[in-house]
Design a protein around this ligand. Structure first.
Ligand SMILES: [Zn+2]
Length: 189
């Protein structure tokens, strides 16, 4: 009885070992595949709060990662009111792709992410260039620079994407990108 139980255990252990080898064999191509398609990672410093997001993979294996998106939404919150709003993943993909196209590790400086209607109205009173219905209010726009690349390079890379609006603010030293209609403008900030 004791002996047969041991042999069952031994057989079970061998089966488990075989299963884990099989899993490893199956997992290997998936890792290669992931490298091929590329996990999407972003990091940034938030100019207004002094916070930062360390390299965060927000998309992998064909899927957005909810926890990562939640952290990004928090970091890109309205820094005046503290309101958190879902940032369109398309905006993150746009940033990621621009960063990749400029051969960087996608580490951005962010000047503005989400803006509540109240904050937007306040900014508009101070600066007539602020749109009355800014896409920042939809979580569809960010104002950024890309440390290590010039604003001009960032501007050209964003225009080349033809993925939405591109506002170039050379005096204020930032670029607005959004995922609205394809359009471009130069502003003073
Ligand atoms: Zn903007």
């Amino acid at each position: 009885m004791g002996l047969s139980r041991r042999s069952v255990l031994r057989t079970g252990g061998a089966a488990m070992l075989t299963a884990s080898i099989a899993r490893a064999a199956v997992a290997a191509p998936a890792v290669v595949g992931l490298r091929d398609t590329g996990a999407r990672t972003l990091s940034f410093n938030l100019y207004n709060t002094g916070e930062s997001l360390k390299a965060t993979t927000y998309w992998a294996d064909g899927k957005y990662i909810p926890d990562a998106l939640a952290e990004i939404n928090y970091k890109l919150r309205d820094d005046r009111s503290g309101e958190v709003f879902p940032i369109a993943p398309k905006v993150l993909d746009l940033m990621h792709q621009i960063g990749r196209n400029l051969d960087t590790n996608c580490h951005f400086e962010v000047y503005s992410g989400y803006r509540s209607p109240k904050t937007n109205a306040m900014l508009r009173r101070m600066n007539s260039e602020v749109a009355s219905h800014s896409l920042h209010m939809e979580g569809e726009a960010v104002d950024i620079t890309l440390p290590g690349r010039s604003l001009k390079q960032l501007h050209q890379a964003a225009l080349a994407m033809r993925a939405g609006g591109v506002g170039y603010y050379p005096d204020a030293d930032f670029l607005h990108v959004d995922v609205g209609r394809v359009r471009q403008w130069v502003g003073w900030g």
